[in-house]
Design a protein around this ligand. Structure first.
Ligand SMILES: [Zn+2]
Length: 70
C-alpha cells in the first residue's frame, strides 16, 4: 500500500495553478517505500526537485533566500 500524502499550500503550481503537491515515494531495492526528496504536483503531475521550483517561475539553483521549507 502506498500512502499518499498531500500538502496544501498557499502557493500555486506555476504551470497548472494547483495548490497542493505530494512527496514522491518510490520502492527501494529492499522493498521499503522511501521518499525520494522530490515533489509531484497533484494537478499536472510534474515532478520538482524542490517546493520552490514548483511555485516559483524564476527559480534558479543559485537563488538566495533566507526562507526554508526544511
Ligand atoms: Zn501543476
Amino acid at each position: 500500500m502506498i500512502k499518499k500524502i498531500f500538502y496544501k499550500t498557499v502557493y500555486k503550481c506555476r504551470d497548472c495553478g494547483s495548490t497542493s503537491y505530494q512527496s514522491v515515494i518510490e520502492r527501494a531495492d529492499n522493498g521499503a517505500l522511501l521518499p525520494t526528496g522530490q515533489y509531484r504536483c497533484t494537478g499536472c503531475r510534474c515532478i520538482f526537485a524542490t517546493v520552490r521550483a514548483w511555485w516559483s517561475p524564476g527559480a534558479r539553483p543559485d537563488f538566495q533566500s533566507s526562507r526554508s521549507f526544511n
